[in-house]
Structure formats: structure tokens, C-alpha cells
Design a protein around this ligand. Structure first.
Ligand code: FE
Length: 172
């Protein structure tokens, strides 16, 4: 009788553990699938003259000439609203408020991108040091750089220019 009781308790316990694990993986999936604007592989190619007509001078300088806005001058550094951060040039969804954190650098910072497919990384030796540049996968716009001194769970710090991003508020 005792043995049967112990077996039943064991089965219930295993069931409870599996339920918790299931909830966790569901949470992770929710983050990944909260936005389904995944790059479809169709790149946008425009000449500098065409981009100049579509972007403000500040946007053109940062996004097409790889400029950097001055720290603490961007509109989105201290934005804590829920929403999606899209490419200011082509609208592709790049980052989520769920992954934003206060880095203290003066630039909007994220510990992960919304979808791996939506950004490309390139080696940048512009300042005499090797950095990893982050660009929009669809239109090639310069967004910022990624460093490996970010917080958990990724340890990454995507240091972005506010001017390269367009914030879209969401209720989620
Ligand atoms: Fe873009």
C-alpha cells in the first residue's frame, strides 16, 4: 500500500515539474514570436541621391554614411514604453522594448535583436579598433554596433542610434 502511494506521489511530482518546464518554454516562444515581421530576403537597393530625398539630413548621415549621433541626444534612449523599434529607413522591425535596457551610455541599448534574420553584422575598422557594425538586413542602413559587455541572458549590448530607429508603440 505504502509503495503504491509513493509511486503515485512520484508521478504527481514529475507531472508538476513538466508543467513548469512547459510554461517556461512557452514564455520563451512568446518572446520570439511576439512580432512576425521577419525579413523575407528581398533587399532594398537605392542610390545615395534617392536616399537623400527620403531621409532627413541626420538620418542620411547616420544610416548611409555610418555616422553616430551624439550620446544623450537621441529621442529613444530613455523611452520605456512597450513597443517595437523599426528601421527608420525601411520599416523592418528590428528590436523590442522587451529586450531594451539602460546601459548608461547615452544610446538606446538592447540585449538581443527581435529576429536574427532582420540584421546583418559587418566588421568595422573605422576608428582604428575592430568593432562589429549592425546594419538593417533589408536596406543596409547603419544602425549602430554590438558589443559583448551586455547583460544576461545574452551578454550582448546592441548600441543603437535613435535616429536609425522608428518606435511603434504596442499594447503587448
Ligand atoms: Fe532598413
Amino acid at each position: 500500500m505504502k509503495a503504491i502511494l509513493l509511486i503515485m506521489i512520484a508521478i504527481v511530482s514529475i507531472g508538476a515539474v513538466l508543467a513548469v518546464v512547459g510554461q517556461r518554454s512557452e514564455k520563451v516562444n512568446k518572446i520570439v514570436t511576439s512580432d512576425d515581421d521577419i525579413f523575407d530576403g528581398k533587399k532594398i537597393k537605392r542610390s545615395d541621391a534617392e536616399w537623400k530625398k527620403l531621409l532627413t539630413p541626420a538620418e542620411f548621415h547616420v544610416m548611409r554614411e555610418k555616422g553616430t549621433e551624439r550620446a544623450y541626444t537621441g529621442k529613444l534612449t530613455d523611452n520605456h514604453e512597450k513597443g517595437v523599434y523599426a528601421c527608420a529607413a525601411c520599416g523592418l522591425h528590428l528590436f523590442s522594448s522587451k529586450h531594451k535596457f539602460d546601459s548608461g551610455t547615452g544610446w538606446p541599448s538592447f540585449f538581443q535583436v527581435l529576429h536574427r534574420e532582420n540584421v546583418d553584422e559587418e566588421v568595422d575598422n573605422l576608428l582604428g579598433e575592430t568593432r562589429t557594425e549592425v546594419v538593417c538586413a533589408r536596406c543596409g542602413a547603419h544602425l549602430g554596433h554590438v558589443f559583448d559587455d551586455g547583460p544576461e541572458p545574452t551578454g550582448l549590448r546592441y548600441c543603437m542610434n535613435s535616429v536609425s530607429l522608428k518606435f511603434i508603440p504596442t499594447t503587448k
